[in-house]
Design a protein around this ligand. Structure first.
Ligand code: DQA
Length: 149
């Protein structure tokens, strides 16, 4: 069984995890989540490359470059989830399977978080489980990719 290659992208302000509104996002840092993803990936035979940027265009660049290098994506676009037609277009353009990820459950929060611009370009979503959302999404994506014809 060949290892799968998964690109994990996190958007604006997620570099502040650990101290950012811990009552909503918990106390785990993004580096800690990334380390857990790499370790879980080793168990699942998935090579994980995890990155963060505050810039919408940077996310678009990384998504565009993923074709041919990665089998699928996990994406927490943070606030861009709710606004970014550019990220939606990038996901549609590359056509790689993508799982939308959130630490909180945006649909249970403010009205302006309840719509996702990226969801229609994703195969599914994991939200509301803190850092564990990323781990659950990695398992779901690996399962999806290994079942795909
Ligand atoms: C978030 C939810 C978004 O609404 C918010 O803008 C974030 C984080 C989450 O992981 O819960 O920055 O994507």
């Amino acid at each position: 069984m060949a290892p799968l290659r998964v690109l994990v992208l996190s958007g604006p302000n997620l570099q502040l995890l650990g101290t950012r509104e811990p009552e909503i996002y918990g106390t785990e840092t993004l580096d800690e989540i990334h380390a857990r993803l790499v370790a879980r990936g080793e168990e699942l035979r998935v090579t994980v490359d995890a990155r963060q940027t505050n810039h919408e265009g940077g996310l678009c660049d990384w998504i565009a470059e993923a074709r041919g290098t990665f089998d699928g994506l996990l994406l927490n676009a943070a606030a861009y989830t709710h606004t970014s037609l550019a990220i939606f277009d990038a996901l549609k353009a590359v056509g790689l399977p993508c799982v939308e990820v959130h630490l909180s459950n945006p649909e249970a929060r403010e009205a302006y978080r309840q719509a996702s611009r990226v969801a229609p370009a994703c195969i599914g979503k994991v939200a509301g489980f803190g850092g564990e959302s990323y781990l659950l999404a990695l398992e779901a994506l690996a399962h999806y990719l290994r079942r795909a014809p």
